[in-house]
Design a protein around this ligand. Structure first.
Ligand SMILES: Cc1ncc(COP(=O)(O)O)c(C=O)c1O
Length: 361
């Protein structure tokens, strides 16, 4: 029986398949045009089903951030995963070794002792692991300083069960750059650091086959850099309000919305909807934006309530109205929900489980 968007109980996470497929194809075409591999970060949607759509569109594999996410995706049949994060606790490294028996796995490293520990655990397990030296290329999060990349790479090359693939850098600070000039400047800074790291590793006699970089904003710039071989953006598949503000997506390209119902109209200029911080998350400190609604602004949250300020034609908003909102940050909004309601046009197509929801170990 067909179910229409208007009949879906609220609050619900809605995924517009046409929009997402457009976003997936566009990035795949761009990567191809630039001659680089696209390895999307699928922590964005935490859904193996969507990852398979990205692989079918030409992605070389996927990126994830947590061992528990990797376990879910590997179990669901995704067989080439790069864990773009540092894994330092022996118990977790052992879990990686078990996954590596089933699939092709890679990990990021930024510490010599962790490399030694990882090399020993993989030797004992008799499995192989691809290793990428993580370089801090501007975000100031994890990663070695570019000039020290060779020391870590050298240690990797001493271990039979570790395969030195290359280097990675995540210049996520570019997502915060408000102007195109600043985006370009920070993207260039990121690649300068990557080139220093790459030359250092090569001068020390090792090969750098893969240079993996790129957030959803910088990928549009850094995929064109001659040193880049792979890009790893995540949010491009869904898009969100912040990416619209950064000029890399339009509201029409935002595939993810939360649909809510107006549940109270206490004043002419105020209405309440049944979706608050638990339906959207609020990690950016920015409120979601109503889709196709003039004179309606979300201005405050509590857990189960969203406050709408109404002006002009927006004051005609009434109890029972359904409004779709584009979240400020798609990744953390997805993680609030067990499933996405996938739609085509105004009809529900299917439910897509957020299978790795809440997986953070
Ligand atoms: C290491 C790494 N790579 C790639 C991504 C994806 O980038 P974005 O979320 O900007 O699309 C992230 C996101 O946080 C990340 O941490």
């Amino acid at each position: 029986m067909t179910m229409y968007l208007d009949e879906i109980d609220t609050p619900a996470l809605i995924l517009d398949l046409d929009r997402m497929e457009f976003n997936i194809k566009r990035m795949a075409a761009f990567a191809k045009e630039c001659g680089v591999s696209l390895r999307p970060h699928v922590k964005t949607h935490k859904s193996p089903e969507i990852a398979k759509m990205q692989l079918a569109a030409g992605s070389s594999g996927v990126c994830l951030q947590k061992v528990s996410e990797v376990e879910v995706f590997a179990g669901a049949g995704i067989n080439d995963i790069f864990l773009t994060n540092e894994v330092v606790v022996p118990e977790k490294i052992e879990r990686m070794a078990r996954v590596a028996e089933m699939i092709h796995l890679g990990v990021a490293v930024d510490d010599i002792d962790v490399v030694k520990k990882t090399g020993k655990i993989f030797k004992d397990a008799g499995t192989k692991l691809d290793v990428y030296v993580d370089v801090d290329n501007g975000m100031g999060r994890c990663g070695v300083q570019a000039k020290n990349a060779a020391e870590v790479a050298k240690e990797v090359s001493r271990h039979d069960n570790l395969v030195l693939k290359g280097i990675m850098g995540y210049e996520g600070n570019v997502n915060g750059a408000k102007t195109k000039e600043e985006q370009l400047r920070l993207s260039n800074v990121a690649m300068d650091k990557i080139v220093i790291a790459k030359k250092g590793v090569e001068r020390a006699g090792m090969r750098v086959d893969v240079v993996s970089v790129g957030c959803s904003v910088s990928t549009w710039i850094n995929a064109k850099h001659p040193a880049t071989t792979e890009v790893q953006p995540g949010m491009y598949a869904l898009n969100d309000h912040v990416l619209v503000k950064r000029g890399v997506a339009t509201m029409q390209e935002c595939a993810l919305t939360v649909v809510a119902t107006v549940m109270s109209k206490p004043a002419r200029n105020r209405a309440m909807v049944d979706a608050g911080s638990k339906a959207f998350n609020f990690d950016t400190g920015l409120f979601p934006i109503p889709l196709d609604r003039k004179g309606v602004v979300m201005e405050h949250f509590s857990e189960e309530h969203g406050w709408l300020h109404l002006t002009g034609t927006g004051t005609s908003t009434k109890i029972g109205d359904r409004i779709r909102f584009v979240p400020a940050h798609c990744c953390t909004a997805v993680n609030q929900h067990n499933e996405m309601v996938a739609i085509r046009g105004d009809k529900m197509d299917r439910l897509i489980p957020v299978l790795a929801r809440g997986k953070m170990l």
